[in-house]
Design a protein around this ligand. Sequence first.
Ligand SMILES: Cc1cc2nc3c(=O)[nH]c(=O)nc-3n(C[C@H](O)[C@H](O)[C@H](O)COP(=O)(O)O)c2cc1C
Length: 256
Amino acid sequence: MASNDSTSKTIIVALVLCIVCSVFVSTAAVMLRPAQQANKDLDRKTNILAAAGMLQEDVSVEEQFSGISTRAVDMATGKFTDAVDVATYDQRKAAKNPAMSDDLGDADLAKIGRLAKYMVVYVVEGDAGIEKIILPIKGYGLWSTLYGFVALESDLNTVAGLGFYEHAETPGLGGEVDNPAWKAKWVGKQSYDAENQQALTVIKGSVDSSRPGAVHQIDGLSGATLTSKGVDNLIKFWMGEQGFAPFLANLRAGEA
Ligand SMILES: Cc1cc2nc3c(=O)[nH]c(=O)nc-3n(C[C@H](O)[C@H](O)[C@H](O)COP(=O)(O)O)c2cc1C
């Protein structure tokens, strides 16, 4: 009888162990995929509700989200489109695909490289029409691309909230974009001026509320001028002509 210490038995045991473990890991990965997708979806909805200042602790996210419709916007026409299925469309992937996005060239204020042809927005509708609209935003800070949402009130001008759900800025410095006190400074600011030009600006230092234009200005983050500049650039990009300004103008005119 061959000894249990033989080389062949050692190799067989190692191989069997490898096969059993790999089957176990693959099965777990496949079986957990739907749960991971559901969690990702829940996280996205939570971020959207939080950005809009609508997140309630005691009501389920699904229930809160049920009054929000998810729509795609054609960035070339500034109008809603059914060209993509919002349930499966991934605008981050689209932005990397030359067939699904446009190179921004010199107009790349937010330093994102390419703009997806279609962007997904979230509309909160009530009996009187649109109550809020939540728009995706992204742009480069100091170390990373910041991904988030900005929400506008029914006038499609007053900021209802802003939040970033993904970035790699330094905690305590650029990471202060997540500070609720700083995010609260955005609420009530006006995105567009009397001539309907994009006017929202993150300034260096603190806003003097007695000065004209204060309604469009947000305090910069102290010690994080570069991240603040990144946020300033990205908000100007997304609220401007390259971003959602044409869509918001169409929506205001009832032509989106
Ligand atoms: C380790 C380290 C991490 C930093 N992280 C950030 C950051 O996330 N965002 C940022 O704007 N500045 C960051 N800074 C500071 C910038 O280098 C720069 O000094 C700062 O943006 C200038 O802001 P201030 O003019 O408000 O001081 C960091 C500096 C160091 C040394």
